[in-house]
Structure formats: structure tokens, C-alpha cells
Design a protein around this ligand. Structure first.
Ligand SMILES: C[S@@+](CC[C@H](N)C(=O)[O-])C[C@H]1O[C@@H](n2cnc3c(N)ncnc32)[C@H](O)[C@@H]1O
Length: 352
């Protein structure tokens, strides 16, 4: 028994307990808009912050106590004031776009809602279906919107060979597992001479997507309810994208084969998947590895297993993704850096 190690582990466990709790308060701060209100206010009392945010002072004061003892905001006992330091602002405010990790903290609370189901699955080996995650589409849409707004048109689409020119001239692009459709709506607006199709099996996501497209009066895109494992549209699209939509499939190999089949010869496929290696040993020192394996257990692996699938998991990783792409028939597989998005790997490949 190494007493030093035991003591260090105790400190680590206390840190984990605190950080788990703080993650929920970060989520609350994001959802209530408190961080956005605080940014730029300078030192502020709980009374003034509550008034500025239009919220209840007692709740705001308790939240500030958690945030200041948790090291998120600064606290000055004289004057009882709190300040969100400039150095922290991008990481907790909407102005930070894809850098806003307070928005990501919402996943912790969301996934806590299915803990009973997941615990049960440890005994049964069965999965947890998408229908058990009531707010998943809403949160996913918020999360990916920040990334798409920051990078889709200027960085992500230009990463696909010739894509901006093809889209300007007029081509056909499909997004499989399109969720709430924000990427396609941006593309349909930016490239009016091209046509776009989004496939998903989520009624919630598709409804949001259709409403948003209708509100913008877009006529060059449609959202189709479909199981990606059953899409049969041979040689129809010049470009296909998937954004975080393969690893949680029940039948990922079939979905990739369908995407290959749906492309014209020479058509390009952009496959965006969580950044990881396939072997645990290679991920051990990655900063978000524990987060990825947790999200996987609580959602991505479990929804795949619920569909009778193989449960690849969030961190199925670059090596295995490449194998799956090759097996589906893709060639010229390259990974591309997309600077504002540090959490995903962008695979660009071609139907030969
Ligand atoms: C992690 S979300 C990503 C959504 C969207 N691409 C984004 O980036 O916001 C995965 C999406 O794939 C959809 N999906 C999962 N399995 C599917 C299947 N077999 N057929 C169609 N859609 C599926 C889910 O409904 C969900 O919208």
C-alpha cells in the first residue's frame, strides 16, 4: 500500500467530485445567460447581476458562490463583488462560439437523465434508444451550430476538393444524419444554384430543420425521414457529408456503403468524426479521452447497441474509421485540419 499514492488519489477524487458539481453549475450559467450578462460588467454584486439578468437574486448568489469557489469567477469579499475575468470569457460565453465549453457542460446534465437506463444496460447488455434522450437534438443543434457558424463555409467546405466551385456552379449535396439541419440551411442559402438533401430518422430534428428552412423561404433543399442504413439512391449526389453521424450508427458499415452507392463516380465524401485514436493505449493522455469514453457509454455506444448494432463508440478513432472507409470502397482518404474545431477529425475521400 503506497500511502502517498492513496493520499494523492483522495485529492484527485475530491477534485472530481467538485468538478462534476461545477460542470452542472457551468451548464446553469450558460442556460440562464448569466455568463453572457456578466461578461464586460466588471465587478458586480449578486443584486446587480440578478437585476441585469432578470433573475432571482437568491439563486444568483448561490450560483456565484459555486462559481467563485470553483475558480470560474473572481470574488472580492470587500464589497461582496464577483467578476468574470477577461481570460475566462470566451470559454463560457456565447460570444466564444465553438470555444464555449460551458455549453458543452449541458451534456453532463442531459446524460444524467438516462443514468438509470445505462445502469440497467450494464446488466442486460441492451442499449438505450435515441427516444430516451428528450433534449438530445436541441443540444446537438446548439453544439454543432457554433461550429458550423464559425467554419462551415470558409474552412470546412473548401476542405473538399473543388467543392466551392461545384456548389457555386450547381451540384447535388446530401448530409446524412443531418439532425436539425443547420449545416444544410447555411449551404442552401450560400449556394442557391445547388440542391441539398438531408437524411435523418429523428422527427424532432427534421421538424426543426423543415421549420428553419421554411422560415428562410429556401426551396433548394429537402429533409427526408430515412434510416441511413436503408438509403438507396444510386449515383445521385456529387458530394455527401456526415457530421458526427457514423460512430453511433447501428450499422455503420452499411451506412458507409449506402453513401458510397449514392455518390456519382469521382464524387467526394466528407466524414467528420470525433478526434481520437482507435486504441485506448493511444488515447490515454488525450485531454478529452475520459469525456469521450463517458459520452460513448452514456449515449453513442448505447444508442448503437439499442438498434441491434455493434456499438463502435465515440472514440472508434482514426485508424478504424479509415478501415471502414476503405472497406466501403472509398479512396484518396485524407484527414484535414479544421482549426476552430479541435474535437473532430475531418476525413475527405472519393468514390473511385
Ligand atoms: C450526433 S448527431 C449529429 C447531428 C448533426 N449531423 C449535427 O452535427 O448536428 C447524429 C445524428 O444521426 C442521426 N442518426 C443516427 N442514426 C441514424 C440512422 N440510422 N438513420 C438516420 N439518422 C440517424 C441522429 O438522429 C442524429 O440526428
Amino acid at each position: 500500500m503506497d500511502k502517498v499514492r492513496a493520499k494523492a488519489f483522495m485529492g484527485s477524487m475530491v477534485g472530481i467530485l467538485n468538478n462534476g458539481a461545477i460542470s452542472m453549475m457551468l451548464s446553469v450559467g450558460h442556460r440562464t445567460g448569466l455568463f453572457d450578462t456578466m461578461a464586460g460588467m466588471g465587478p458586480v454584486t449578486s443584486v446587480d447581476l440578478a437585476e441585469a439578468a432578470g433573475l432571482d437574486e437568491r439563486y444568483v448568489r448561490e450560483w456565484l458562490a459555486a462559481m467563485s469557489s470553483g475558480g470560474i469567477v473572481d470574488y472580492s469579499p470587500e464589497g461582496e463583488t464577483f467578476e468574470l475575468p477577461a481570460e475566462h470569457q470566451a470559454l463560457v460565453t456565447r460570444a466564444g462560439g465553438p470555444l464555449n465549453l460551458a455549453a458543452q457542460m449541458q451534456y453532463i446534465s442531459l446524460l444524467g437523465q438516462v443514468e438509470d437506463d445505462v445502469v440497467e444496460s450494464f446488466s442486460t447488455g441492451e442499449g438505450v434508444p435515441y427516444s430516451r434522450y428528450p433534449d438530445f437534438q436541441k443540444l446537438m443543434a446548439e453544439d454543432s451550430k457554433a461550429r458550423f457558424d464559425a467554419a462551415l463555409l470558409d474552412v470546412i467546405i473548401p476542405a473538399i476538393p473543388d467543392a466551392p466551385d461545384m456548389l457555386t456552379a450547381g451540384c447535388r449535396l446530401a448530409d446524412v444524419g443531418c439532425g436539425s439541419g443547420h449545416a444544410l440551411i447555411m449551404l442552401a442559402e450560400a449556394y442557391p444554384d445547388s440542391s441539398f438533401v438531408g437524411f435523418d430518422f429523428s422527427d424532432d430534428g427534421l421538424q426543426t430543420a423543415r421549420d428553419a428552412a421554411a422560415a428562410k423561404g429556401l426551396t433548394n433543399l429537402e429533409f427526408v425521414a430515412a434510416d441511413a442504413a436503408a438509403i438507396d439512391r444510386p449515383d445521385e449526389f456529387d458530394l455527401i457529408t456526415t457530421f458526427d453521424a457514423i460512430h453511433d450508427q447501428a450499422q455503420p458499415a452499411k451506412v458507409l456503403a449506402n453513401i458510397h452507392n449514392a455518390l456519382v463516380d469521382g464524387g467526394h465524401y466528407l466524414c467528420v468524426e470525433p478526434k481520437a485514436h482507435s486504441a485506448l493505449a493511444d488515447n490515454m493522455h488525450e485531454p478529452v479521452a475520459a469525456f469521450q469514453y463517458t459520452i460513448s457509454t452514456m449515449h453513442c455506444m448505447s444508442v448503437s447497441i439499442a438498434g441491434g448494432g455493434e456499438g463502435l463508440g465515440t472514440a472508434w478513432g482514426t485508424e478504424l474509421t479509415t478501415e471502414f472507409l476503405e472497406t466501403a470502397g472509398f479512396s484518396d482518404i485524407e484527414t484535414v485540419e479544421v482549426k476552430p474545431d479541435r474535437t473532430n477529425t475531418y476525413f475527405v475521400c472519393r468514390k473511385s
